[in-house]
Design a protein around this ligand. Structure first.
Ligand code: NAD
Ligand code: UDX
Length: 459
């Protein structure tokens, strides 16, 4: 099966970078990324690549190199489906907010819409690739929709979950630990493997059955998040015993059986994937009647919620049990550094908690637009939009955020935060001046020498 033309439905954090890297490494392939969101497609087509809808280091250069040559962005979904031999589905699969499985199960309505769209439009055989993260056995539903079109067209379904992390998406895509392809038809599997093999060594391209591939993605995210909740649980014990969580993490991480990655204690993990995918795993386990399995993984989320709550509780307690009317500067709003993505960011929940206590929040993030802070708070539905607007403002620099603040809370580990003139920041703040370092990025003794009351995680 020779692939000449690819369509990717969904121009988001996964679809955009993944297809850009495929396009860069396969100049002979024509790749069209389509989306229902006109504004997003317009931003992808903006001549000024600093206006791309997604900030990822290295992405703009690859888009500049490939766009208009073999990479295209469009809202004409039907035309792109019609032309392509291979169609990636890379649409969002958020947690359901209604009906059965509300707050737990993945909402597959966008996936189903894509499958129906493909079924309606296709006039020739297609390979349909699940790029979105999906519950195990979703391919069965997609197959059923596609095979009931009555058009006598052959559809092959593949599962090819994406393992990139935001902030390092391009690096991860260029040098993946592995590429996973699950499927039933060897020819279809090899057609996709062939595309990756233009830059990925064959021993890193794993072929499995469909269900192993679908389930491996949920499992990988659950294992990664579980490590963060594990170290965060220990961080609380460290704070009470005089142990230092950084030292504990280093000591256990040097055991090659444990490994050193993903052991950074923090204010809690965020991002669009971990919580959603674990909730989905828990829901699937429960739906098979596996109570112990479900409870085991649910604890990862319970621990993470506890860590976020504990952070703001500690801040309030330290500020003499009240933050009412006090200005608190939040440095960072993104869920991690080097991204403008704020989905499920710990900052949103900490801000919400502090607003409940009538604090005045001043937010600075190097990449997140001011309006996003309001949208994120409004989405929680905790209070009116007007109340959010008067309680939380966004500013253009950390120095402005810190001006007259009682405390600074570091929510994201942006590198630039380490390079600030902390003496100047100290001079601008109310005294005593507190820092709550939710990422353990600053040096405790340096901050204390300046005069700060410095609190970090697990120390
Ligand atoms: P996203 O919200 O950034 O992008 C999804 C895009 O799909 C949106 O632009 C939306 O408008 C579009 N869309 C939705 N329905 C559509 C339809 N019927 N037709 C055309 N376009 C449609 O989401 P994302 O972060 O790119 O995630 C996509 C999938 O990849 C999810 O399943 C997610 O779990 C998974 N994933 C995400 C990451 C990550 O780091 N963000 C990593 C690995 C896997
Ligand atoms: C994650 C997975 O890493 C990736 O493989 C998958 O494809 C999508 O989900 P992402 O959410 O983009 O990627 O970023 P990640 O680096 O995993 O960080 C997730 C959250 O965990 C962030 O809030 C981060 O700050 C936090 N984190 C990460 C910690 O608190 N401690 C750590 O040691 C690592």
């Amino acid at each position: 099966m020779k692939i000449k033309s690819i369509c990717c439905i969904g121009a988001g954090y996964v679809g955009g970078p993944t297809m850009a890297v495929i396009a860069k490494n396969n100049p002979h392939l024509k790749i069209t990324i389509v989306d229902i969101n006109q504004a997003r497609i317009d931003a992808w087509n903006d001549v000024d690549v600093s206006k791309l809808p997604i900030y990822e280091p290295g992405l703009a250069d690859i888009v500049k190199e490939t766009r208009g040559k073999n990479l295209f962005f469009s809202t004409d979904i039907d035309a792109a489906i019609d032309e392509a031999e291979m169609i990636f589905i890379s649409v969002n699969t958020p947690t359901k907010t209604y009906g059965k499985g509300k707050g737990m199960a993945a909402d597959l309505k966008y996936i189903e819409l894509c499958a129906r769209n493909i079924a309606n439009v296709a006039k020739t055989d297609k390979i349909v690739v699940e790029k979105s993260t999906l519950p195990v056995r979703t391919a069965e539903a997609i197959k059923s929709i596609l095979h009931n079109t009555g058009n006598n067209i052959n559809f092959h379904i593949l599962s090819n979950p994406e393992f990139l992390a935001e902030g390092t998406a391009i690096e991860d895509l260029l040098n993946p630990d592995r590429v996973l392809i699950g499927g039933e038809c060897e020819e279809a599997i090899e057609a996709l493997a062939n595309i990756y093999s233009s830059w990925v060594a064959d021993d890193r391209i794993l072929r499995t059955n469909l269900w192993s591939s679908e389930l491996s993605k949920l499992t990988a995210n659950a294992f990664l998040a579980q490590r963060i909740s594990s170290i965060n649980s220990i961080s609380e014990l460290c704070e009470l015993t005089g142990a230092n969580v950084n030292e504990v993490a280093k000591a256990i991480g040097m055991d090659s059986r444990i490994g050193s990655k993903f052991l950074k204690a923090s204010v809690g993990f965020g991002g669009s994937c971990f919580q959603k995918d674990i909730l989905n795993l828990v829901y699937i386990a429960r739906s098979y009647g596996l109570t112990e399995v479900a409870d085991y993984w649910e604890q990862v989320i319970i621990m993470n919620d506890h860590q976020k709550r504990r952070f703001s509780d500690r801040l309030i307690k330290t500020l003499y049990n009240t933050v009412s009317g006090k200005k608190i500067a939040l440095l960072g709003w993104a869920f991690k550094k080097d991204t403008n993505d704020t989905r499920e960011s710990a900052a949103i929940y900490v801000a919400d908690h502090l607003l409940n206590e009538q604090a005045n929040i001043s937010v600075f993030d190097p990449k997140v637009p001011h309006t996003k802070v309001q949208t994120d708070l409004n989405y929680l539905n905790t209070r009116s939009e007007a109340e959010n607007e008067s309680g939380a403002i966004s500013v253009d620099s950390a120095y402005e955020a810190a001006n007259d603040a009682h405390a600074i809370a570091i929510m994201t580990e942006w590198d630039e935060f380490k390079t600030y003139d902390w003496k100047t920041i100290y001079s601008k703040m109310k005294k005593p001046a507190f820092i709550f370092d939710g990422r353990n990025i600053l040096d405790k003794s340096e901050m204390e020498n300046i005069g700060f009351d410095y609190y970090s995680i697990g120390q």
